[in-house]
Write a protein that binds this ligand. Structure first.
Ligand code: AGP
Length: 609
């Protein structure tokens, strides 16, 4: 996600702003920029180093704001980089979060003659503040009036040429904090940029605004009442701050899953029509293709491929469309057999740069097949080379092992399945019921995150196992594959995922007291069959860890250890059952003292074949 820094004080703001942006690079971004009072604004697509290289020596001022952008709306270009300004170039703004009603704000202002410069949702907020900021108004009042019209999330820092020694910041759903220094007040979206200057921190809460001047700061709440916030002492090292105090990025990213589910679903649930709104699919041609598609081919690599396997079962079960899922490194070399008239390819890729997935897309395009992307990195090659697609909005994923991005990919498939199903006979009531379950997922995911101690205890019991078998059926079969991948890639334990029904066809020969199985056995349509698989393993002295749904006490007589997740719609259970498997792999790798964020031999994005 994006990064924000700001400063008001006795020193030149520019050096802190640039050092602060460098400190925020770990969060992942694609452009950067800053505004300094009295000096103006500078923005660059690409790395912070490119911004630093273009800053003149005399670029000075006692206050300023700066930003690293992780593109969500609009390509990663200099024009779309922050800060954004209004038509009169009076108000300057940097923003984290998503302004959901930015289109309506833009349309309303354009109707009043306001000319926009970029494609971003953030500029709509800058223009709205500028539009409301009359000569007799204070900046904070104009910001407050504009935010009252905004739907969505924001961490925002605003400056004005009219009130040069002032920065106004406000928070709703995207973190912001102040650093109280000897020579001024620092602003940042996390502690990392502040630590070299002060350890005195003030955290803003949702609905709060801070008005920062060279006299200090004042904080008000949603009712404009002054609030006295405690000044806390920052104990973290800079590295710990990047991970928000977690030991590894992987754990931080697993713990973000509630927010990631919210961001993936944000603005995409059409409750009135009981369907999903997928902006990238709304184009009439795309929509027409999808409506009449007789065959969908899903492709990807690794976890993205496994997400595609779940997407297959979701789309077939809800929409009744035949779906095949192909490993991209295989599909790209196969003889084309699909009829372009009624086939759609969906490519899944977190990075959007995986070489095999790109080549599979290109092969499909050569056959005239419509290609859609499910991608996390905005403006990545997959995003640019597919005909349309859906962004995950999962935020940057730093750990090599895919966790939050995988869950977001599965969720996007649930939205695609709902969208297609409602056009092919799924009733409005069924659509509404599905949406209601989707809306419970953030809370249910957060409930699982309160169970880490139980998961860690089981992980420690098995941390020195040589082999592992992961088993599941139907929606849980790909989760068995994904869970095995997580374990093998960060702990180096050999782990295999299998359809539980396959046990008698070979894998049962592996079972003995030293070969444990992790069985995905939620109370779903496959439970009875899967429970019998557990019994056949136990009959051969195999140890079993069962992952099931809350309230299923029956399984305690069957398994050696049990992990629980809340119940939900069978098609959505993979979103929840994945989380304990990610934590299980994490705690085992931690017990084995593995380099969890950067496993041996692996890269975060496999851009070579
Ligand atoms: C998953 O944990 C792995 N890091 C890997 O399998 C990954 O999913 C695969 O390389 C695909 O990457 P992509 O989603 O960026 O295309």
């Amino acid at each position: 996600m994006c990064g924000i820094v700001g400063y008001v004080g006795k020193k030149n703001a520019a050096p802190f702003l640039l050092e602060g942006l460098s400190a925020l690079e770990y969060r992942g971004y694609d452009s950067a920029g800053m505004y300094v009072s009295g000096a103006g604004a500078l923005k660059r697509a690409g790395k912070v180093a490119e911004l630093i290289a273009c800053v003149p020596d005399d670029f000075e001022g006692k206050s300023g704001i700066a930003h690293t952008r992780w593109a969500t709306h609009g390509a990663p270009t200099e024009l779309n980089a922050h800060p954004h300004t209004d038509a009169s170039k009076t108000v300057w703004l940097v923003h984290n979060g998503i302004i959901e009603n930015h289109s309506e704000i833009r349309k309303d202002l354009e109707a009043k003659g306001v000319v926009f410069a970029s494609q971003t949702d953030s500029e709509a907020l800058a223009q709205l503040i500028g539009h409301l900021y009359t000569e007799d108004m204070l900046l904070e009042d104009a910001v407050r009036a504009a935010l009252a019209q905004v739907q969505g999330t924001y961490g925002v820092a605003v400056a004005s040429t009219r009130e040069p020694e002032k920065v106004v910041v406000a928070r709703m759903g995207s973190p912001l904090m102040l650093g109280v220094g000897e020579d001024g007040i620092y602003v940042a979206s996390d502690a990392t940029p502040i630590l070299p200057y002060t350890r005195k921190a003030v955290y803003l809460d949702d609905g709060e605004m801070a008005i920062i001047t060279d006299q200090g700061y004042v904080i008000t709440d949603a009712d404009e009442a002054h609030v006295d916030k405690p000044v806390t002492s920052l104990e973290w090292s800079a590295e710990a701050a990047q991970k928000k105090g977690y030991e590894h990025f992987m754990l931080k990213e697993i713990m973000e899953v509630g927010e990631v589910i919210e961001n993936t679903l944000r603005g995409r649930l059409d409750t009135a029509n009981a369907t999903a709104i997928l902006g990238g699919f709304q184009d009439t041609d795309i929509h027409g293709y999808l409506k009449h598609a007789k065959r969908i081919i899903i492709t990807g690599c690794g976890s993205a491929y496994y997400a595609g396997l779940i997407g297959k079962t979701m789309i077939e079960e809800l929409a009744g469309i035949p779906v095949e899922v192909e490993i991209a490194s295989e599909l790209r070399y196969r003889r084309p057999t699909a009829d372009p008239k009624d086939t759609v390819l969906i490519a899944v890729s977190q990075s959007g740069e995986t070489a095999d997935t790109l080549e599979a897309i290109r092969a499909a395009k050569r056959q005239g097949i419509l290609t859609l992307g499910i991608v996390n990195v905005v403006g990545s090659t997959v995003a640019r080379e597919t005909d349309a697609g859906v962004y995950n909005h999962a935020g940057p994923e730093i750990g090599v092992a895919s966790t939050k991005a995988f869950i977001s990919q599965v969720l996007v498939f649930a939205l695609v399945a709902l969208h297609l199903a409602r056009e092919r006979g799924l009733s409005k009531q069924e659509g509404s019921d599905f949406i209601k379950e989707l809306e419970t997922l953030p809370e249910k995911a957060r409930a699982i995150l309160t169970r880490t101690k139980a998961i860690e205890a089981v992980a420690k019991k098995y941390a020195h196992t040589r082999d592992f078998l992961y088993l599941g059926r139907k929606f849980q079969c790909p989760i068995a594959f994904e869970g095995a991948l997580k374990l093998k890639e960060i702990s180096y334990i050999h782990a295999e995922g299998y359809g539980a029904g396959e046990m008698k066809h070979g894998p049962l020969a592996l079972i003995d007291t030293d070969f444990p199985s992790l069985v995905l056995a939620p109370r779903d349509s496959m439970y009875e069959k899967t429970a019998s698989n557990i019994e056949e393993i136990r009959a051969r002295s195999g140890k079993v860890i069962a992952l099931t749904t809350d309230g299923n006490d029956d399984i305690t007589r069957l398994a050696d250890d049990v992990l629980y997740v809340p119940e939900t719609h069978e098609a959505l259970l993979p979103v929840l059952t994945t989380i304990p498997l990610q934590l299980f792999a994490y705690y085992i790798a931690k017990e084995r003292d593995c380099p969890i964020d950067k496993p041996r031999n692996l890269a975060k994005s496999v851009t070579v074949e």
